[in-house]
Write a protein that binds this ligand. Sequence first.
Ligand SMILES: [Zn+2]
Length: 437
Amino acid sequence: MSGRRQGYGSRGGLVVPRTLPALSSSCSGSRGVLRSLPFPKMSKSIIDPSRLEKIEFSNDEIARYSRHLIMPEVTLEGQKRLKAASILCIGTGGLGSPIALYLAAAGIGRMGLVDGDVVDFSNLQRQILHGTKDVGRKKLNSARDRIREVNPNVQIDLHDTYFTSANAEELVRDYDIVVDGTDNFPTRYLSNDICVFMKKPNVYGSIFRFEGQCTVFAPHLGGPCYRCMFPEPPPPGMVPSCAEGGVLGVLPGVIGVLQAIEAIKLVVGLGQPLMGRLLHFDALNLKFREFKLRRDPKCPVCGDNPTIKELIDYDQFCGIPQAAAAEAAEAPIPTMNVRELKQKLESGEKFVLLDVREPFEWDICRIDHAKLIPLGQLPSRMSELDSADEIVIHCKSGGRSAKAVRLLQEAGFSKLHNVEGGITAWAEEIDPSVPKY
Ligand SMILES: [Zn+2]
């Protein structure tokens, strides 16, 4: 070996492997200079130079953005591009929080926020745009207040609605980039299709439990679109949502920040965009993996002979009403609301209240007199139930208990009721001392 030693050394407080080039001694001063690395190959900014002519900065803004301005890859020119740019953030939840916060801090000139939701306690574990005092407020309002605190120079457009086929074109039209911070299939296909049609880059992110992924869809810049990967959505119910499967609270922080980086790179014209590549992040093993994505010439939206040329009904496409209709076509599931359940409990009537959630959910909260048999164990533990009894079944919000009703119906049980809205509805309407999760 030459004079290079393996091992770790300390430079200016930052511990770095000795074999790595000196990235920086400290970000707080001007000593850290990228001498040993060549400048990254620059891609072209999506912002037309003519839009920079009227962009000016106050002295406060110059100070605010100084750590960008002294980077030779950004400079005043790059910062002007950021100020000239407009970005539509769909959703202000787990992904939308870091996306909006970092884009605002970076000095994006105009940001559109789309969200029709209200802040709930269960959001706070990851949705860092919103605070405890914001529970019950519109997410848009708490997001606006928080972003203004971070950077009052950003113009914020509030779109108090959900992103739908009816409003997508109007919402997307006025922005340079769309960053999709929602995490459901109908919105994902919708934001993909509208961005392909309107030639806007779509920065995609997705999270589930301990894993996430990120890429940039922009067929007009040479990359693939979401439908090149997945022409059709998975069957409804096949892929659980974060509300069903959970998500590590910090995970959307990682993925949302990656999305913000990609948006900023497209605006400033930095490095190589994450186009034609899907970055997968595994938090449990702390591994990043990259997959090549290719544009599919047969893609129904961005292919050579597209078959889809306008927006469709994405709920229907993703099977949401079809699933409901298919279920309704079978024997209807007898239901009971939580007020009826309360009356039944108070009347002293004999019946079995069956909870089909998991034991860890049971530990969080339960309804008195309930019996716990997790849905997965129900087939093997049916003998603990008597088909002569009336059985009222609940879960967290009504989905799993509906499946339990079906299972028991198939096994010959008939005196069954599914509790609409599950223990969540019970907490909301009957007993506020029961925690929601
Ligand atoms: Zn495509």
